[in-house]
Design a protein around this ligand. Sequence first.
Ligand SMILES: Nc1ncnc2c1ncn2[C@@H]1O[C@H](COP(=O)(O)OP(=O)(O)OP(=O)(O)O)[C@@H](O)[C@H]1O
Length: 416
Amino acid sequence: MHQPKSYAILTNNTSQTHGIIDRLLTNVPISGVHQLQDLKGLLFSRSEIDRYMDEEERHDIKILTKETQQSLKTMSSGEQKKALLRYLLQQEPDFLVLVNPFDNLDVAAQAQLKEQLCTIASTKTVVQLVSRLEDILPVTTDFYKLDGEELHPYETAKAFWEANEKKSSAFNGTIPPALQPLEIPDMELVKFEKVSVRFDGRQVLDQIDWTIRRGEFWQLIGPNGSGKSTLLSMITGDSHKAYGQDLTLFGQKKGSGESVWDLKKKIGYFTPAVTDKFRGYHSLEHMVISGLHDSIGLYVIPTDTEKRLAHEWLKLLGLYDKRANHFRDLSPGDKRLVMVARAMIKHPPLLILDEPTAGLDDSGAALFVDLVNKIASESDTAIVFVSHRKEPGLYPQFNYILNVRETGSVGSVGLS
Ligand SMILES: Nc1ncnc2c1ncn2[C@@H]1O[C@H](COP(=O)(O)OP(=O)(O)OP(=O)(O)O)[C@@H](O)[C@H]1O
């Protein structure tokens, strides 16, 4: 049988992906991709999941989740992606546009989805927009790169791979110190003891024992739905499931009167969704300083000392010359570096990075990982880095691994 074409479009931090997606789905001719005109295309992306989540919630209807009781919002990333793909295929599209399809998926779920997408690609055209080279489907026939709005075709697969080898760079200088030396108690910062969690009668976590001490560098690993977000939300005070559990945070037993606000002051937290949703007009300088005031964006007049400290951070990141620019105009990779500086400026006892490299291109991810390694080696802040991808170049001291069982996930500690 005639094998349809499979297109891969490599994106980077400058790529205008929305434009090309719109053109593909509305059949605007794109040179080299002429086969898709007049055909029906559907979109498989994180933004589509968010859109359906919004619609399902707002109108209290079920679109992707018709076959289950559970809401889309409470599903794991893997479950959400499966639901979207099933729904799209039911509509029998002529082609699919896939945007970073493997982001937020664990290794097993990635392998499963890869196989499924390759099978789909044997009968349907797929167009993949990917920011990581390793995500390109092996069945790809035509290769492109999207720089800004410009789509560059490659004559051959070989030419494509040779031109897009990974480039990484490092930072110069050291992590700026805190304004006031931080008081990190010389003790266990987080201690879960035999913590179990159930949702709607289903056990998700089973007898979790996990202790994080001052300055430790952890990677939290587990397949989709294993309970990583649930564990994190208990640490950050965002889950009521933490009450009545044997959980000690910064020396205080959970439920013994600490406020969520007090807790949040001790934790630097970053997840890409925070940045993606941020719409305010704040300068880079103010964005970094706002970490000292526990806000996102600055709403008070900064002192000279605060400004000096922010400048040191921006120099380290190579963004000093852009200090007065609007944060919202930065590239996605640079935005994340700034958000980490914001989370670290006061050297909190604990820094949580929740899938922080999702959606970045290879060089953006490498730069981010460099910064995290640097923070780990030059500060007393403990780090929890959550990622499905074994991030090349990341050097955590320990892995906390969630293994899924019928009776809920159990945890184990692995050295790196
Ligand atoms: N509020 C909730 N109500 C019902 N079920 C929930 C709720 N929150 C989480 N779950 C379920 O608990 C399980 C663990 O979810 P959690 O989001 O913690 O996993 P995860 O490891 O972070 O997944 P992912 O890597 O895909 O983000 C999933 O099966 C999810 O569907």
